[in-house]
Ligand binder design. Sequence first.
Ligand code: ADP
Ligand code: MG
Length: 324
Amino acid sequence: MPGEFDLIARHFTRSVKRARLGVGDDCALFGCTPGQEWAITTDMLIAGRHFLPSDGPGTIGHKAMAVNLSDLAAMGAAPRYALLAIALPSDDEKFLRGFAGGFFGLAQKFGVEVIGGDTTRGGLLTLSVTALGEIPEGQALRRDGARPGDDVWVSGTLGDAALALAHHQRTVELTTDEAVACFPRLYVPTPRIELGLALRGVATACIDVSDGFAADLGHILERSGVGAEVAFEALPLSAAAAAHQHEPAARDCILAGGDDYELVFTAPPDRRARVEAIAAALALPVSRVGGVVAGAGLVVTRAGAAMALQHRGFDHFGDVEPQA
Ligand code: ADP
Ligand code: MG
């Protein structure tokens, strides 16, 4: 057996340019660009809960990095560094090579330097990634800035990742074409980094959809002390989601399914043209789905009537079953 340090050297060590010191010492060292502040986030992924142990190693690596970059995107932060803590049931070379390919592949795409971590043996494959990004001081897209009268916007499409999972669990039956379109949304999600950066100074509040549209928009509303009205018909749907939207299980995927990693944000109506110009420049559609109102809570209407929202999103300690 090659040992822990050999494993770290072979799979988790890359040279760094921006950081003063990366993997190999007791701590990493790096500075902050003058006038900017750090955004820092941690997300943990556990086999059987956030992914299946049978998932491809590359997709597990990609997703571990993606969910953290998505949090940076939701704050409008420019990704800079990441740390990886990993508990491994065994030192399976094939897994480690595939995992590192997905993890470092996405890191490289966004210029992220992996500057440290921790490696241990553990019964369940467990990943904890910490990501750091920079934001000009005071410009972070927080959850607490939505005001009555603001529009509510969503990037991309909603529900596709959850539809893939529902197909896997046989609660929704996708055609082969639909499954081919939805599965990448679940396994190799795209963090909306460029959109988050472009929304600095434009969005009043922002969040990424990790637990479900209704739950995550709900977090903005709660933190901002406002309510919102959203029309189901205005929600952006892929062809697959549109085809199944009248099935209750698919409707739940759209409103309450997690793992989309799209951005939900608010902005005053006089910034509509700016939001649309950003979307056009990024070739990433954004949809205006409703408005922020005084009061509290989210009302979703369908054909003009309020929908009952039982399942708002995934909650590890709530009543919605974990995904895997
Ligand atoms: P220490 O015992 O001082 O905490 P370790 O022996 O755990 O240091 O780690 C040695 C070096 O390797 C450290 O720089 C640490 O940040 C890095 N490292 C350990 N595991 C990982 C990993 N999975 N990914 C990236 N860097 C890692
Ligand atoms: Mg040490």
